[in-house]
Structure formats: C-alpha cells, structure tokens
Ligand binder design. Structure first.
Ligand SMILES: [Zn+2]
Length: 98
C-alpha cells in the first residue's frame, strides 16, 4: 500500500509502503471527506504539518493532488488552522532543529 510522505515546508517527498517511517503521528479524518491525512514531524526540517496520505491506485496527477491537499493544511494554506498546528506541536514536538 503506497503512501505519500510530503513536507510542504522543505519539499521533502517520498513514497513508500510504511504507514509511517517512524515516530508518532496525528491523524486527521478531514471531516470524513476524501482520504485521511496523518501528520508527522518532518525528519529534515522539523515541520509538524508534514503529511502522509494513502495513494493506492493514484497516478502522478493523483499524487500532485494529494500534495496540494497537504500543502493546504500548512501555514498560508486554505485549510490551515492554528489550534490544530498547536495540537500537532504538542503531540509531535517542537519544530526547532536539534
Ligand atoms: Zn520538511
């Protein structure tokens, strides 16, 4: 089951079969519409709004679509919601680099 892992902040993008590579995540049901996103802390830049989505049966255009949805939940995006960002920070850790 291929999953997209995408961080809009630094552009890190991978597709692999793991639910999540490692660590914790915050699930987001997207109000039951579309495929859910799991937010995780980007290993490269620390962004806690990096997102992962199941992209089974999706071609490149589908993956671009998934990326744009994840981008929408990041700062400046259509679905960005500060309290959710704070919730992710609380659960996934600080965005400061170590
Ligand atoms: Zn990143």
């Amino acid at each position: 089951m291929p999953r997209l892992f995408y961080c809009p902040k630094c552009g890190d993008k991978n597709i692999d079969g793991y639910r999540l590579r490692r660590g914790r995540f915050v699930g987001h049901p997207r109000d039951g519409w579309g495929r859910p996103i799991s937010f995780y802390r980007c290993e490269k830049c620390g962004n806690v709004l990096a997102g992962s989505m199941d992209v089974t049966d999706w071609d490149e255009r589908g993956i671009d679509y998934a990326s744009s949805i994840i981008r929408g939940y990041n700062e400046g995006g259509t679905y960005y919601y500060k309290p959710f960002h704070d919730y992710c920070l609380e659960h996934l850790g600080s965005e400061e680099k170590k």
